[in-house]
Structures are given as C-alpha cells and as structure tokens.
Design a protein around this ligand. Structure first.
Ligand code: SF4
Ligand code: SF4
Ligand code: SF4
Length: 317
C-alpha cells in the first residue's frame, strides 16, 4: 500500500471516528490539534481552539463585578493553571504527531480534499490568482490568531459581552459546514437572538460561502487562514514526525514541488540544509513519495527514518 493510500484510509477513518464517535460514547478529549468541531453533537474529540478561547475568556473574569468569591487573585491563578494544563496536553499531541494532525486526521481538511476532487473531476485548474497571492493570504491566519486571543481577553476583563468569547468559532466555516454531516442545519440559519449573534451569523454565512468557493479553486484554501495551523506552527522544530531532505542527493527534478498541494517551494529550492520546513506544510508526505532521487527526501519519526524516497518507488506511481 502506498503512503498516499494509507493516508486516505486513515483520513476517512479519522473522519468517521471524530465526527460520529460520540454516538458510540467514544471520547478522545478536548485538546485535539485539528478542526474536529464540537458543534457537531456526535463529535468524539474537540478542536482545541474552543477550549483555548474559553480559557482565555475567563482568565481575568475574577477582576470584574461578575465575580462573587473572596479571593480574585487566587481564582485568576487557578484559571491560569487550568489554561496551562490544557495547553500542556495540546502541546504533547502536537509534538508527537506534528502536522500529520492536518494532513492525516483533520475532518475539515478532508472535507476540503473532497471539494478538490470535485474540481479535478470537472478538469478545472487551480486559480492562478489565489496561487499568486498565497503568501499574503497565508499571513491572515496569524491575524486570526491575534483576534482569537484579544477578543476573549476583552470579554474576561468585562469590556466585551460574553457573546464574543468564542470569537473565532463564531465565524469558523467548520461550525456551519461540519454539522451538516449529521443533518444539523442550525448554524446555516441567521441567529436573531441578539444583535451580536445576528452580526456573527451573517459573517459566518459570508465566510462559509467564500471558503467553499475558495476551496473549489485552491487545494486546502481554508488551511491558508486556519489559526490552528498558526498555533501548530509555533512548535516548529519540535515535531517528532516530519519530512527532511538530503540536498546532496537531490537531482532537482521538481517532483516534490509539483506533487505538493500546499505549493511548498522550500522543499524544492533548499540546496544546503536538511530542514525543509514550510509553515503551510500538511505533512502529507506526497513530496517524499513523488521524489525520484534515491534517499533525497525522508519521513522521520524522531531519530528513525521511516520512509525514504527512491527512484523505483516514484516510477511505480
Ligand atoms: S467552530 Fe471551528 S474553531 Fe470552533 S471548535 Fe469548531 S472547528 Fe474549532
Ligand atoms: S490547517 Fe487545515 S487541516 Fe490543519 S487544522 Fe486547520 S483546517 Fe484542519
Ligand atoms: S511539503 Fe511535502 S509533506 Fe508538506 S504539504 Fe507539501 S507534499 Fe505534503
């Protein structure tokens, strides 16, 4: 079985378990480093971004009038320790599997790959305009990360109402789209309960429509903006599972760049270092599979090389 076939099987299994596992009482935890959305009521593992925003959104709450207890600084410290505990579990998961959370396990990532297959079935090419502006677009994920921290913090000090605590979830297209897989359309409707909820629901529908169009014309379009990827990128250098390059063995054929759905130029251009890290890499390992030079690209798990590129493997593909 090829690496890509194995990846496709694991992606679909992960989709089924993460999306429907809750129906069988499977619970994997609340610190999952990919968009396994808890707004899907049958979800078995929660995307960490929800807990992250909630934790930030209550951290300073004891300083506001809402707090009724006697020791606000003790309560802030407890909130902070809870936040650190969650971040610690999340960090271990990221370090263990690195970007394979994106390329092998993320249900929303797989959903985008289905859209890509649809485009390919119509023999439509990726949008040149998006590709040309990819480097600028991919910076937006860091803006969203700041937004996702600042708004819940403003809630925690009482400047913004509690409707803003899940600032990113309120506009995340996974919230609108993933519940459709269990026949739940509620987040595709306008929420008229408050002015803020109404504004967020309009924004959510507009962003979801934009994301669907974008994903049709560019592979993994939403991943360019995903704040989960922005957080996971902070752990670069610590991942145990990753692609590395031996530049001396590279023939410069360009197969790695051609097969990469994230258009990683570094993996092709690097001629000195073994580190071919790219912030948008999804660890799909298609580059290592497609590479026609013997032992030029490797998939490493800690110190172990678990896959090496080879001319014979690439020629069979
Ligand atoms: S709405 Fe998006 S960010 Fe929020 S929990 Fe769901 S997938 Fe994660
Ligand atoms: S970057 Fe893409 S694959 Fe990774 S968590 Fe976000 S949506 Fe999922
Ligand atoms: S650089 Fe390689 S592992 Fe990363 S996304 Fe591109 S093909 Fe996949």
């Amino acid at each position: 079985m090829s690496v890509t076939s194995l990846r496709v099987v694991i992606q679909h299994l992960a989709f089924i378990i993460l999306t429907y596992g809750g129906l069988l009482r499977i619970q994997i935890g609340m610190f999952i480093p990919c968009l396994s959305c808890p707004f899907v009521y049958s979800c078995s593992g929660y995307c960490y971004l929800l807990i992250f925003q909630r934790s930030v959104g209550v951290i300073l709450l004891p300083l506001t009038a809402v707090y009724q207890g006697s020791d606000p600084y003790g309560a802030i410290w407890s909130n902070f320790l809870l936040f650190l505990g969650g971040l610690g579990v999340f960090s271990i998961l990221v370090i263990l599997l690195g970007k394979t959370w994106c390329g092998w396990l993320c249900p929303f990532g797989l959903f985008q790959e289905w859209i890509t297959r649809l485009r390919k079935a119509f023999r439509i090419r990726e949008s040149e305009i998006i590709l040309r502006h990819k480097h600028i677009l991919s910076k937006i994920k860091y803006v969203l990360l700041v937004y996702m921290i600042v708004f819940p913090l403003l809630v925690s000090v009482g400047i913004l109402p509690v409707d803003f605590i899940l600032a990113f979830c309120n506009i995340c297209p996974a919230k609108a789209l993933m519940p459709l897989f269990i026949g739940d359309f509620q987040y595709m409707a306008l929420d008229m309960s408050t002015g803020v909820a109404f504004g967020f629901s309009i924004a959510l529908l507009a962003i979801t429509a934009g994301m669907l169009i974008g994903a049709f014309f560019k592979d993994k379009f939403f991943c360019l903006f995903c704040p989960m990827l922005a957080i996971v990128n902070l752990y670069r250098g610590l991942y145990l599972l990753k692609v590395v390059k031996d530049p001396k063995a590279c023939h410069g054929c360009g197969n790695c760049r051609r097969t990469c759905s994230m258009d990683n130029e570094t993996i092709y251009r690097e001629r000195v270092k073994s580190n071919v890290y790219d912030s948008d890499c999804m660890a799909c390992f298609k580059c290592a599979e497609g590479c026609a030079a013997d032992k030029s690209l490797f998939v490493k798990l800690g110190p172990f090389k678990i896959f090496s590129s080879s001319r014979s493997y690439a020629s069979k593909r």
